[in-house]
Write a protein that binds this ligand. Sequence first.
Ligand SMILES: [Ca+2]
Length: 145
Amino acid sequence: MRRIMGVALGAVALGVMSVMGTAPSALAAGPSTGSAAVGTAAVEGRFWIYEWPNYTGNEKSYNGNDRYFANDEWDGTSVSVDNLSSSAKNLTNRWAYLYQFGNSSGGSCSGDYVKFPPGSQAPDLGQLNGGTFDFNNKASCIIFI
Ligand SMILES: [Ca+2]
């Protein structure tokens, strides 16, 4: 019994390690349910979005849910970040979802979405899933799970 437990725990630890630093998995295009439970624990670290690929251009970061990018501006500018993100890094301890459509009234976000495991990053949101999924200039909402 003790030996089996050890193997199981080792497998879990390895699974977590393999997630860190890997590219996020993009979900296929299509409507999301928006029903994923929203976490209540504090987010540690920040999630960064960038105006251009490879983490360049203007930048902005989040450490909590924000369902409406249209009223957010790139750091040091007066330009909205809405529909202008081309790369992103999840430097938090939580899963983060970027959604295509925000919600100004605080309701569910919707549309295409990309999920980022903790510690993951995407140098080009236009080339996800081996180039089969284009999320370039689409992000309008972020939800931490
Ligand atoms: Ca906002």
